[in-house]
Design a protein around this ligand. Structure first.
Ligand SMILES: *Cc1c(COP(=O)(O)O)cnc(C)c1O
Length: 397
């Protein structure tokens, strides 16, 4: 592989001519996924029917897929499950965390965290008579005191791409007796993580972004080994029972992380997720992180050259403090993004004024960085974005 090429473009099916810079929102489709789903339906569901739960290992998929995800996240297989959505998973982990810290009244998080993270925390706090405290990113450490049950943060900010120092926050939290729960939605599959090395307690993350698991793919949860038997899931379902097929009246938790299973897993979605994770096979996360920095850096430099002062970088300038996406502010960001999309450069818009571009080192390359920046420069220079057709808003941005 030569300098600037994508690390595994041949593993994806991306429409000709499209420069796809939205893999941080919905990862591109792996070539293997349609055939795997077709085979699952024909040879497993249709043919072996209910025997497939055992014969084809369906019942264990949340664990077997997690084991494949482990090296991508820098975690142990025994610490992961692939299950539910990120939002539901977050509720489960935060609920378990506050139960494990009785008497503490605060869930600490960051102002302008991803909305679902805030809403889940608020709902849980309302239910339990607790308080959600939100502070700015640089005020987290000083806000951690003995009233805090759990600190919950998104590792890479979904707007700016700014990265928290995970190990530093974990250390302060641990010293104060609080647990930490990280949302890795914009980190997993993009950065080289070391969850144990950074003393991470709990984490959740999204399957359909950099992990390429498909729309609405199951999320993942991480629970450090040492904590697993101390935590009780707030959603006690039969799949997390010690012996689900005993059909006992009373709940008894499974050992280890399996108690965080709730209901019957979505097998089609897990099969697609497995294909998404397989796109990382044989590629070191350090190589992905390094390439991500090259791509984002190249894009920032060229956009700033071409757009002069008309767009403002809204991401950290220091590559070590950035995730794998870059945001630029423009007062008419929505229309500018629509003009880009018409010219086959697909990023997204985040209110109030951000143009957001995600770089997935598995399938994005340097030529795309250059071409996307050139097209953006052209749209800004000519004012082409200022047309009525670019101002009409869709339901999903
Ligand atoms: C994408 C994303 C989610 C998505 O949650 P869902 O339950 O899958 O809709 C949650 N948190 C963050 C930080 C995200 O970026």
């Amino acid at each position: 592989m030569s300098h600037g090429e994508a690390l595994a473009r041949e593993r994806f099916s991306i429409p000709q001519g499209v420069i796809y810079l939205d893999g941080n929102s919905l990862g591109a489709m792996p070539k293997a996924t349609p055939e795997r789903l077709r085979a699952l339906m024909r040879e497993e569901w249709r043919t072996d029917l209910i025997a497939s739960w055992t014969k084809h290992g369906w019942i264990d998929l949340p664990m077997t897929v997690a084991a494949k995800l482990a090296p991508v996240l820098g975690a142990k297989a025994s610490e992961l499950l692939v299950v539910d959505s990120t939002s539901v998973s977050l509720f489960k982990l935060l609920g378990a965390a506050v139960r494990a810290r009785p008497g503490r009244t605060t869930i600490l998080t960051q102002r302008h965290n991803f909305p679902t993270d805030l809403y889940v925390a608020q709902g849980l706090a309302d239910m339990l008579g607790m308080t959600v405290k939100t502070v700015a990113a640089d005020e987290i450490a000083e806000a951690i005191d003995e009233s805090v049950a759990v600190v919950t943060l998104t590792h890479v900010d979904y707007r700016s791409g700014a990265v928290h120092d995970m190990a530093a926050v974990n250390q302060v939290a641990r010293a104060a007796g609080a647990l930490t729960c990280w949302d890795l939605s914009h980190s997993g599959g993009a950065l080289a993580l070391d969850l144990n090395g950074s003393d991470c307690d709990l984490a959740v993350g999204c399957g359909y972004k950099y992990l390429n698991g498909g729309p609405g793919a199951p999320a993942y949860i991480f629970i450090a080994d040492a904590l697993q038997d101390q935590l009780s899931p707030p959603l006690q379902g039969w799949m997390g029972h010690l012996d689900p097929f005993a059909f006992a009246d009373d709940y008894a938790p499974a050992r280890g992380i399996a108690r965080f299973l709730t209901g019957t897993p979505s097998i089609l979605a897990l099969a697609a997720m497995e294909c998404g994770i397989a796109t990382f096979d044989g590629i070191a996360m350090t190589a992905i992180e390094a390439r991500s920095r090259e791509l984002t850096q190249g894009f920032i430099e060229r956009v700033e050259d071409l757009c002069g002062g008309q767009v403002t970088l809204a991401s950290p300038r220091d590559p070590a403090r950035r995730g794998s996406h870059v945001s630029f502010a423009h007062p008419n960001g929505y229309a500018v993004m629509q003009a880009l999309i018409e010219r086959q450069v697909i990023g997204d818009f985040r209110a109030p004024d951000l143009l957001r571009f995600g770089f997935a080192p598995l399938y994005n390359d340097e030529a795309e960085v250059i071409r996307a920046a050139d097209i953006l420069g052209d749209i800004i220079r000519t004012g082409d974005w200022d047309s009525p057709r670019f101002h009409a808003r869709g339901r999903v941005t």
